[in-house]
Design a protein around this ligand. Sequence first.
Ligand code: IMP
Ligand code: MG
Length: 191
Amino acid sequence: MTEVASVLYGREDIRRRVEELGRAITGDYAGREPVLVSVLKGGTVFLADLMREIQLPLEIHFMAISRYGTAEESLGRVQILLDLDVDLTERDVLLVEDIVDTGLTLSYLLSVLRARGPASLEVCALLDKSVRRITPLPVRYAGFDCPDRFVVGYGLDVAERYRNLPDILAVEDARAVRDAPDLLASLLTAP
Ligand code: IMP
Ligand code: MG
């Protein structure tokens, strides 16, 4: 039987890369107090690790959105289910995302946030599936340039499962796993 999923980025690779991103952000935002914005839920694991690698005063805030169908179907338009409770005027905003795929969702969110008058607005994404990009989108900080594979773990889910895997795995047959998320259940059992 072929493996259902294989490690694409292991926890040690992720740790090292997150450390580098944190160092870059610390340098670039020196003397400022960035507002890190995370979109629930995928980006939360990355945010939790990244914020501890940034040696600056900072704030974290969360948004929740719901999509109308896939990103392509909705052209990125989303409904904001939970909005920020912070005034972004003249703040340095860094949107922290797990993965940028078509970029449609994120470009819509950026337009929403830009309208609130921040001093700066940048994107930090752990994974950048740049080959899938439909809309041009500047990702200022990207962890890894991700191949066009379906990935799970480290916050990324399939049908809300497997966010707690410490590594990021590429799924061989994404459709089969979407239809039957239990296919990956063995990944959760202790050795
Ligand atoms: P897009 O950039 O608007 O196409 O959508 C990005 C969102 O799609 C991410 O925030 C994820 O929630 C989800 N997504 C895209 N690719 C993957 C993947 O490979 N695994 C899990 N979720 C994904
Ligand atoms: Mg997400």
